[in-house]
Ligand binder design. Structure first.
Ligand SMILES: C[S@@+](CC[C@H](N)C(=O)[O-])C[C@H]1O[C@@H](n2cnc3c(N)ncnc32)[C@H](O)[C@@H]1O
Length: 414
C-alpha cells in the first residue's frame, strides 16, 4: 500500500481544506487500520459528473478517490463489480486509469457510461434543443404509448403529460451518446416530478409535495449536467477508457465480455444488508424507462430482479445466508480477474437486525481470509453528512450506535 500522508492525500481537490483525512488506529486482526474521514458536504462531493444521477447508497466520491490513489497501478485497469452509478469509474478516469464496471441495474449502468463518456458539447445542445421542441409539439393523445396506468398513482396528469412528451421526444433521437445523456437527464428528474417523497429511498406518496414541472426540471437538470461535464473535462485526461455492462457479478460471463486482460484493483461495494433492494427503490424510474433499448440492452426486468443480490429483509435467515454467499461468489470472480499482487477493496457496512448488531465487515473479512486472499489493511470511514442514515430508523441508524462500522477492507491476491 502507498501510505497516505496523515494530512493530505495524493488527490486532494484544488482549494480543499487541509485536515487529517486519515488517522491511525490500533491494528485490526494484525493489519494496519486507519480512519478515513470524509467531512465534505454532498454538494462538495458532487463535482464533475458525480451529481448526474441520484443513486441510493452510493459511496462518497472521495472514498473512490482515496482507494484508487492508494491501491491502483498506473498502467492497469480498475474494475468495480458492484459499480452502481459509477463513482469508481469517474474517479478512475480522473486519475487516468482505464476502468470497467458491472452492475445488475440497467439504470445504474447507463448512468455510469454517461458519466464517463467524452461528449461533443455542440451535438449535445442540438439534441437537447430538438427534444425540447419535439416535446412541445407532441399532441397529448400520442402519449398513450407510455405505461401511464400504473404511473397515475405517482404522477399528476400534468406531470404524466410533461414526462411523456419528453420521453417520446428522446425516443425519436438517433441512438448514441446524446440520446444516452438525455435519457439519464430525463430519468434523473422522474422522482422530483412525482408525488413520491424525495427524502425516502423506496417511493411513498407524500400528499403535500409539490412536484416540479417536467419541462423546467428537465432544462435545469440538463444545464446542471452540462456544467458538471465541463468541470469533469478540466479534471480528466483525454481518452481514458471506461466501460460498464449489465451483468451478474457472481458469474464469469459478465467479466468475460468486459475484460481482455487482468486488472490491478477491484472495488466491490455490495448493497448494505437490511437496507433496501435496488429495484424497489427505483421503481418509478424503471416504469418510465420501460421499452428504452439504450437502458435495457436486451435484458428484462424479470431477468435482472432475479439476479439481484437481495439485502432486505435480513429478518429472513435464508436471505442473510444468500447475501453472504453472493459476496463470496463475487469476490471469487474478482480474484480470477486480478493480476497476482492486485487488490480487492471491499466496502461493507454493518447492519442491525431486530436491534442486534450484525458485524458484516468482520464476517466477510473472516470468510475471505480463508479463501486465498492475503489481508492487507482496513480503513473505517466516517461521513459527516450521515452515510448509513437510512430513511427508516429501525433498519439502520448510525447515530448513537458506536459499534456499527463502515469498513473498506483491502485484500491482496498472492
Ligand atoms: C451499494 S451499491 C454500489 C454503489 C456504487 N459504489 C456507487 O457509488 O454508485 C450496490 C450495487 O450492487 C448492485 N448489485 C446487486 N446485485 C448484483 C449482482 N448480482 N451483480 C452485479 N451488481 C449487483 C446493485 O444494483 C447496486 O447498484
Amino acid at each position: 500500500m502507498n501510505e497516505p500522508s496523515s494530512s493530505q492525500s495524493l488527490f486532494d481537490l484544488p482549494n480543499a481544506p487541509k485536515f487529517e483525512r486519515f488517522t491511525a488506529l490500533p491494528k485490526f486482526d494484525g493489519v494496519p487500520a486507519l480512519v478515513l474521514d470524509v467531512p465534505e458536504s454532498i454538494p462538495a462531493l458532487g463535482y464533475g459528473s458525480h451529481q448526474f444521477f441520484r443513486y441510493y447508497g452510493k459511496f462518497p466520491s472521495l472514498v473512490g478517490r482515496e482507494i484508487i490513489s492508494a491501491f491502483s497501478d498506473a498502467d492497469m485497469g480498475v474494475l468495480d463489480n458492484y459499480s452502481g452509478s459509477g463513482t469508481t469509474q469517474v474517479e478512475a478516469q480522473i486519475a487516468g486509469r482505464d476502468s470497467y464496471g458491472i452492475d445488475i441495474n440497467p439504470l445504474a449502468v447507463l448512468a455510469s457510461n454517461v458519466k464517463t463518456a467524452y461528449q461533443d458539447a455542440r451535438k449535445l445542445d442540438a439534441a437537447f434543443d430538438l427534444v425540447c421542441r419535439s416535446a412541445a409539439a407532441i399532441a397529448p393523445y400520442e402519449i398513450q404509448a407510455t405505461p401511464s396506468d400504473r404511473l397515475r398513482k405517482w404522477f399528476s396528469e400534468e406531470s404524466l403529460q410533461g414526462l411523456g412528451r419528453i420521453r417520446a421526444a428522446i425516443d425519436e433521437l438517433e441512438p448514441g451518446d446524446e440520446q444516452d445523456f438525455l435519457t439519464v437527464c430525463f430519468l434523473a428528474i422522474v422522482r422530483r416530478c412525482s408525488n413520491a417523497h424525495d427524502g425516502e429511498v423506496r417511493p411513498h406518496v407524500k400528499l403535500e409535495k409539490k412536484p416540479r414541472p417536467p419541462a423546467t426540471a428537465f432544462r435545469e437538470k440538463y444545464l446542471d449536467m452540462v456544467d458538471g461535464l465541463r468541470e469533469l473535462d478540466t479534471m480528466r485526461p483525454k481518452s481514458i477508457k471506461s466501460k460498464t455492462v449489465i451483468g451478474d457479478n457472481r458469474t464469469p460471463k459478465a467479466y468475460a465480455e468486459l475484460l481482455t486482460e487482468p486488472v490491478g484493483l477491484v472495488v466491490s461495494h455490495p448493497p448494505y444488508l437490511n437496507s433496501f433492494n435496488y429495484f424497489n427503490a427505483f421503481s418509478l424510474e424503471i416504469m418510465w424507462s420501460e421499452g428504452m433499448t439504450n437502458v435495457w440492452q436486451g435484458w428484462t426486468l424479470r431477468d435482472v430482479t432475479g439476479l439481484e443480490q437481495k439485502a432486505h429483509p435480513a429478518t429472513n435467515g435464508r436471505l442473510v445466508e444468500s447475501y453472504y454467499r453472493s459476496i463470496s461468489e463475487a469476490s471469487a470472480q474478482a480474484f480470477e480477474v486480478l493480476r497476482p499482487g492486485g487488490t480487492l477493496a471491499l466496502v461493507v457496512g454493518d447492519a442491525t437486525i431486530h436491534g442486534r448488531l450484525e458485524a458484516v465487515h468482520r464476517n466477510v473479512w473472516d470468510s475471505l481470509k480463508t479463501s486465498g486472499w492475503r489481508p492487507e489493511a482496513v480503513w473505517f470511514r466516517t461521513t459527516h453528512y450521515g452515510i448509513g442514515k437510512y430513511a427508516y430508523a429501525h433498519r439502520a441508524d448510525y447515530h448513537g450506535e458506536a459499534e456499527k462500522k463502515d469498513a473498506i477492507m483491502f485484500l491482496r491476491k498472492p
